[in-house]
Design a protein around this ligand. Structure first.
Ligand code: DGL
Length: 295
């Protein structure tokens, strides 16, 4: 479920938004590519700029201030690169820092949040599992979402320790990963769940492995298509849609704060794009403090 769009802030006009400017999409690592894939399908004329903060992934085991620090620094970097709008394609960063970043950036933002609402609407047994990072699950934003929909539906919340790390290694089906997934979903099945919310943008890459374990006993809720539609509404609302082009937009630009090798590999497999990945340096107060610590 996408988070609420920002209202257009007066400074958007002053940055001279061009409809051909790219939409920035950011995640701690590779997970946001599941959102990028949906955005490309929904809005083929939009230029896209993807940033993976792989040097500092996973965010789900970081402290709140670190996540806010990185999200803001990356948002500012994307604005400097000319982004006209930003998808924070990371549940963890959205849960932790979207309100702060929305206040500070002069462009509209779309965040992501676990699909609690669609799960509550469609679960027949009224028991649903939620897999998300520890930071997302403990955030006030997620707790408020849960309270809104948990009146007549029981949500079994499971932190997905180790799953983001596996996807970052391009492991989407090793025996160790499958064993981990089984540990997480079996208790949900035992408790009668019929729905599983994939509350982290990395997890749609694990859908085949999850399917192998749960068969059709759990409906998987992935909100990437809803996020793409939300972006479309936000761009429309702000008069920022790219003009239709006969050949569609150029391939996305891919950037990483890490070496980019896994990003390149997953882009080739998932999107069938043979892309160069630019390695970029995005300093932020917390990472500057890290690098000045004695080894
Ligand atoms: N894709 C991010 C999310 O949706 C993963 C966070 C992490 O790096 O732990 O939460």
């Amino acid at each position: 479920m996408p988070a609420e769009p920002s209202s257009l802030n007066a400074s958007v006009a002053s940055v001279g938004v061009q409809s051909r400017a790219p939409v920035g999409i950011f995640d701690s690592g590779l997970g946001g590519l599941s959102v990028l894939r949906a955005v490309r399908a929904q809005l083929p004329d939009e230029a896209l700029l993807y940033l993976a903060d792989s040097l500092y992934a996973p965010y789900g085991e970081r402290d709140d201030d670190f996540i806010a620090d990185r999200t803001l620094a990356i948002g500012e970097w994307l604005v400097k690169q000319g982004a006209k709008a930003l998808i924070v394609a990371c549940n963890t960063a959205t849960a932790q820092s979207i309100a702060l970043v929305r206040e500070k950036l002069p462009i509209p933002l779309v965040g992501v949040e676990p699909g609690i609402k669609p799960a509550a609407l469609q679960s027949k047994t009224r028991v649903a599992g939620v897999l998300a990072t520890q930071v997302t699950l403990r955030s006030a934003r997620f707790q408020a979402l849960l309270e809104r929909y948990a009146a007549d539906c029981r949500f079994l919340c499971q932190p997905g320790h180790g799953l983001v790390q596996a996807v970052e290694r391009c492991d989407v089906g090793s025996p160790e990963l499958r064993a981990l997934l089984r540990d997480y979903v079996q208790p949900m099945l035992d408790a009668g769940a019929d729905t599983l919310v994939l509350g982290c943008t990395h997890y749609p890459f694990l859908d085949a492995a999850i399917r192998d374990i749960v068969g059709d006993r759990l409906a998987l809720i992935d909100t990437s298509v809803a996020i793409a539609r939300q972006l479309e509404r936000v761009l429309e609302q702000h008069g920022m849609r790219a003009a239709p082009q006969t050949a569609g937009a150029a391939p996305p630009r891919f950037c990483s704060t890490g070496d980019g090798a896994h990003l390149r590999q997953i882009v080739a497999t998932l999107l069938q794009i043979d892309a160069d990945v630019e390695r970029v340096v995005i300093p932020s107060p917390r990472t500057a403090a890290l690098s000045s610590q004695p080894a």
